[in-house]
Write a protein that binds this ligand. Structure first.
Ligand code: AMP
Length: 547
């Protein structure tokens, strides 16, 4: 017997309709590429999203046609989020940090019909446009009078000229909630990028779940600053969840340095911010020497790579800002776990609480996870045993768009499909998961595994260290031994011997790295993660001490 409730599809257009109706006067503030601050309201977002939908109709785009963006976090990008998906087309957010050849490759693979880009990326578009025959409309996200002449891009229009004359009236179509809404390519370090194709249903369910009190705890009283880019897993879904609860949005545009972020936070009274550790490193690096404080910031979600303990301490203890350590991936929309303390943890000592905060956290409702050994057997949740982390849930990928290989899911005894994350983790009795490594980065020494994240965290706690990467080096006896590659803070000094001595007493002796290599910079990938394979390449002639 079926239930007798209304079968209304979960559609992205409902989010902007809701925000307009119930929070129409709430502000959306953006730092623009031009450098100035733009402000308007959800009512404006809604009517301009409808103009975008009309412009797409006028351009003859069919249902499910792809519209690409190459853009910073800003109000025009937000209008495309709602206008493109709301009208039944698929928003393809392209990561500008990909190599130009990869950008051309993803545009062709997605068969994008329209490309909307910030003027920052004009040189990139000039370099790739001739290689992208599917793109029929090139739109620069700027005012008509800002459109440069003689760009060489055929038919290039300014966004305002393209959509500005369209009607603000548009009835959002109703369709199957499982229809594709947006797509994001994984910034894979090997091979071609793979496309994750989100649906309206997965996006709405993810937005509900991420707003929950023990997840991001979002409310209409918040002012949300997503520093995490809208071109990387939809800014962790924040444009959707903020509209769902009617929170003020603050967009940083291209200015991601510590000073610009700090000033925007203070000027716009930001209460909640989300970003990767490298971004917060720059923010703290700006604030600490100048003795600056936050006047309104209450919570920050940190994820994308492991949050170092020193960063949690700085935010929590020095600035009174709660750190929510989160884990997820492009294939998971992205949220999988988030670390909030339970009641019983509140009476623990600071040190014991820190041990929990360093974990990536508990599953949010909707996501199920387990760890398995090499034989595929499930491993115990004892906080010590580590294994390959597998996940399933309604916002977890089922397969990649135009997948080349076999379906990535691993079937269990009941025939249920689990997505192998490529992460190695422990899960404790309370269900808190802790990533120990990417499976390809884990260091195997004398038959035991060393977590590169643990080794990096200790180095990062040294006051002279700005960034640390631990990698395994071939060893004739131990198979591999860890070394730590370190970037020093500007003006700070620490010797190899001092840093190695810093490890004493903080980890087992055999887990202390064999060497420290100082470098001016560590290569970072398109989403701010350390590129360890590139680092290994640059150290190809390196020899461990004594070999
Ligand atoms: P991406 O798909 O580019 O967002 O990358 C996802 C990967 O980033 C995950 O599989 C993890 O390896 C890593 N990651 C994300 N969040 C964290 C975290 N909080 N701690 C450690 N690794 C993380």
């Amino acid at each position: 017997m079926l239930g007798l409730m209304q079968n209304q599809p979960l559609l992205i257009s409902s989010l902007i309709d809701f925000a307009q109706r119930h929070h129409g006067d709430v502000e959306v503030v953006s730092r623009r590429v031009e450098g100035d601050i733009h402000r308007y309201t959800y009512a404006d977002v809604a009517s301009r999203s409808r103009q975008v939908a009309n412009a797409l109709d006028a351009a003859g785009l069919a249902f499910s046609d792809r519209v690409a963006t190459l853009a910073w976090n800003g109000y025009r990008h937000l209008e495309l989020y709602f206008g493109v998906s709301g009208s039944g087309r698929v928003l393809h957010t392209v990561n500008p940090r990909l190599h130009p050849d990869q950008i051309a490759w993803v545009l062709n693979h997605a068969e994008d019909a329209v490309m909307c880009f910030d003027l920052t990326f004009l040189p990139l578009i000039q370099a790739v446009h001739a290689k992208c025959p599917t793109v029929k409309h090139w739109i620069a996200l700027c005012d008509a009078d800002k459109l440069p002449a003689d760009t060489g891009i055929p038919g290039l229009l300014s966004y305002e000229a393209w959509m500005g004359s369209q009607s603000t009236t548009y009835v959002w179509p109703e369709f199957d909630e499982n229809s594709a809404s947006s797509m994001c390519y994984t910034s894979g370090t090997t091979g071609n990028p793979k496309a994750v194709l989100y649906s309206h249903r997965s996006t709405i369910l993810h937005a509900y779940a991420s707003a929950l009190p023990d997840v991001m705890c979002l409310s209409a009283r918040d002012a949300i600053l997503p520093v995490v880019p809208m071109f990387h897993v939809n800014a962790w879904g924040l444009p959707y969840s903020a509209a769902m609860i009617g929170a003020k949005m603050v967009f940083p545009g291209p200015a991601l340095d510590g000073k610009s972020i700090y000033e925007l936070m203070e000027a716009e009274r930001v209460t909640f911010a989300a970003g990767v550790p490298t971004i917060w490193q720059m923010l703290l690096g700006h604030m600490q020497p100048a003795g600056l404080r936050f006047s309104t910031l209450k919570r920050t979600v940190i994820g994308g790579s492991a949050c170092p303990p020193a960063m949690i301490t700085a935010f929590n203890d020095v600035y009174g800002v709660e750190v929510l350590h989160a884990w997820g991936m492009t294939e998971m929309s992205p949220l999988g776990t988030l670390c909030t303390l339970k009641n019983k943890h509140l009476t623990l000592s600071k040190e014991e609480q820190m041990k929990i905060r360093l974990k990536q956290g508990q599953c949010i409702f909707g996501v199920d996870m387990k760890i398995v050994g090499e034989d595929g057997q499930e491993l115990p949740h004892d906080g010590k045993t580590f294994g390959d982390l597998l996940v399933r849930g309604p916002w977890v990928v089922d397969n990649y768009y135009k997948a080349e290989g076999p379906n990535p899911l691993v079937k269990d005894a009941n025939g249920l499909g689990w997505f192998p994350t490529g992460d190695v983790a422990t899960i404790d009795v309370d269900g808190y998961m802790q990533i120990t490594d990417r499976s390809k980065d884990v260091i195997k020494s004398g038959g035991e595994w060393i977590s590169s994240i643990d080794v990096e965290n200790i180095a990062m706690a040294h006051p002279a260290v700005a960034m640390a990467a631990c990698i395994g080096m071939k060893h004739p006896k131990w198979d591999e031994r860890p070394i730590v590659v370190v970037v020093k803070k500007p003006g700070a000094e620490v010797s190899r011997e001092e840093l190695l001595a810093f490890y004493e007493g903080k980890t087992a002796k055999w887990q202390i790295p064999d060497d420290v290599v100082f470098v001016p910079a560590i290569p970072l990938g398109g989403t701010g993660k350390m590129l360890k394979n590139k680092l290994r390449d640059t150290l190809s002639t390196y020899k461990l001490p004594g070999l």
